[in-house]
Design a protein around this ligand. Structure first.
Ligand SMILES: [Zn+2]
Ligand SMILES: [Zn+2]
Length: 68
């Protein structure tokens, strides 16, 4: 089905309404979505946003591991 990304408004194709269970989410984020992404977005995001969030999550994990 075609959806509109709730983050950027981009139209994309997705097979699930649920970001936590969407198969494209699994492809882009093999380690799973951070919990804050699921809290922010109940719907699936476009590929660009998933990539951006995946990068944010990995940057965050990196910086928190450096500071500790
Ligand atoms: Zn988007
Ligand atoms: Zn999807």
């Amino acid at each position: 089905m075609v959806k509109r990304c709730p983050r950027c408004g981009h139209v994309f194709e997705c097979r699930s309404n649920d970001i936590a269970h969407c198969q494209c989410t699994r492809v882009l984020m093999p380690h799973g979505l951070p919990s804050w992404v699921k809290e922010l977005y109940n719907e699936c995001l476009c590929e660009d946003c998933l990539r951006a969030l995946a990068k944010e999550a990995s940057d965050e994990a990196e910086s928190s591991s450096k500071s500790s």
